[in-house]
Design a protein around this ligand. Structure first.
Ligand code: FAD
Length: 464
């Protein structure tokens, strides 16, 4: 069966576009989550929509499972290979096809790295509004399939909000092309939404029309200490009202996270005076061009917040380099594997009013279960998104990951939050999907999956 499929793939997709046996590099076997590394049957690297379609048509006919791979930066095992899978790697299907400055749209092949999309838009004085740390490696098709978030969701929304049109290949090889550029298009069901955020389980994205925005040329960055989590919400509603659409980012760091970054990571210093034990730190970014805020208005806003008892200290970056140094405090998460191993991390959402109480309840629950635990909290709080890092000293083999997952996700369920804010479900969060979705919702997901992929070939065993 596998031999027959290989022969058919060679014939219809072309030998040059296939890798098999020893020519399959390690990087095709597992993603950034390093969940498991398995040997695929073959890696197909299509150079056109027709080749994606031919691959899927053949796999559908042979009932052969397929794993779709983008930039492999996913954090939940979504593009990790099952043994013997046909892998479709989108790496050769790249390039920006068109930028329409009148419509403010960009049409792009799915395998294009996010950073290339951003740079192409910027070269026309326009802005693609999704940005994340993996920008150089992740692909726009992967970003669409995971409905990626990032730092500027509070202003522009998630990836879903940036997609106007899509071309998708279904599991049986059918090509759906709707490269719509119009903001308004209510003709029947909005089918593209099925493929955004469904992590390659319903179809393979080959092309997209993305929405662009005016480029925010100048920004202002402020780092503020607040006395407690209630003050965070007070500052958030004030800056939302006073700065309106100029507010680009609102990131919050709990005391242990801020202390870790500013005391234990080499080269990072706090620009704020010594903080009280319970102080949280907010990092805010604002657009500061003609339509935005100026530094005098920002200073005034922060002074008012201080008079209202919401801020205890604040620093406004005086240069691009200083702004970068503020962001380094928030973004130096690559230090965790070096300084905090073994650890596990979480990406969850919670109703914004309850995030403070969630943290207050989770911390002692973790200590009760794991007396030497170290837990750090931070996140895109303006978007209800909390990241948690949990370290329990000891060797990797005895690290209690499943038990920690149980403690964290049980509390997320109690607080009616989401087990996945922006990273998706993949394989790693699959056991916990039922903590955020009802049996009826999961049954409907399975009905949709069965309708679009009756032989369950696409990303088998992932998400649902
Ligand atoms: C340092 C770092 C920082 C990160 N920061 C963020 C962040 O701030 N916000 C955030 O949301 N995520 C973040 N991520 C997670 C990750 O970068 C995103 O999930 C990203 O969107 C994945 O894109 P990718 O191309 O690497 O996809 P992959 O990892 O290759 O695949 C992800 C999923 O999408 C599917 N897929 C990929 N391409 C296609 C396609 N063309 N058609 C159909 N299905 C496809 C795969 O099968 C898989 O299920 C971060 C990751 C790292 C390593």
């Amino acid at each position: 069966m596998s031999d027959a499929l290989l022969i058919a793939l060679r014939e219809h997709v072309g030998q040059d576009n296939l890798l098999w046996g020893a020519s399959i590099d390690e990087r095709y076997k597992t993603d950034w989550s390093r969940a498991v590394s398995n040997e695929p049957l073959v890696v197909v690297r299509p150079k056109s929509t027709e080749q994606v379609s031919a691959t899927l048509r053949l796999c559908h006919a042979h009932r052969h499972p397929v794993t779709v791979q983008g930039g492999m930066t996913g954090l939940v095992g979504g593009s990790q290979t099952n043994p013997g899978d046909v892998v479709i790697s989108m790496e050769f299907l790249q390039g920006v096809q068109e930028i329409d400055t009148a419509a403010s749209t960009l049409t792009v092949w799915a395998g294009t790295p996010l950073q290339r999309v951003q740079e192409a838009a910027q070269a026309q004085g326009l802005y693609f509004a999704v940005d994340l740390g993996a920008r150089g490696s992740c692909q726009i098709g992967g970003n669409i399939s995971t409905n990626a978030g990032g730092n500027r969701v509070i202003r522009y929304g998630m990836l879903r909000e940036q997609v106007l049109g899509l071309e998708v290949v279904l599991a049986d090889g059918t090509v759906l092309t709707n490269l719509n550029k119009m903001l308004k298009d209510n003709a029947g069901y909005d089918l593209k939404q099925l493929f955004i955020g469904s992590e390659g389980t319903l179809g393979v994205v080959t092309r997209a029309v993305l929405r662009l925005h005016p480029l925010p040329t100048e920004t202002l960055t402020a780092l503020c200490a607040v006395p407690d989590d209630e003050a965070v919400l007070g500052v958030l509603s004030r800056v939302r009202q006073q700065a309106g659409p100029s507010l680009l980012a609102f990131e919050v760091m709990w005391p242990d996270f801020y202390a870790f970054m500013t005391h234990r990571v080499a080269g990072i210093r706090s620009p704020l005076a010594e903080l009280d034990r319970d102080s949280l730190v907010i990092l805010m970014e604002f657009a500061a061009d003609q339509s935005g805020l100026d530094s005098a208005r920002l200073e005034h806003m922060l002074e008012q917040a201080a008079h209202a008892g919401l801020l205890t200290d604040a620093a406004i970056a005086q240069s691009g380099a200083q702004a970068e140094s503020f962001w380094r405090i928030r973004d130096s998460v690559s230090e965790f594997p070096i300084l905090l191993s073994p650890y596990t991390s979480f990406d969850v959402s919670l109703p914004i009013q309850t995030i403070g109480s969630f943290v207050k309840q989770l911390k002692p629950e973790l200590v009760e279960q794991f007396p030497n635990v170290e837990s750090l909290f931070f996140g895109h709080i303006g978007d209800s998104n909390l990241h948690i890092v949990v370290h329990v000293p000891g060797d990797r083999a005895s690290f209690p990951k499943n038990k920690i997952d149980e403690v964290v996700y049980t509390l997320v369920k109690q607080f009616e939050g989401s087990v996945s804010a922006e990273h998706g479900i993949g394989t790693r969060k699959k056991p916990w999907l039922g903590y955020s979705r009802s049996p009826e919702e999961i049954a409907l997901m399975k009905t949709i999956k069965a309708a679009l992929d009756p032989h369950q070939i696409l990303n088998r065993g992932k998400v649902i």
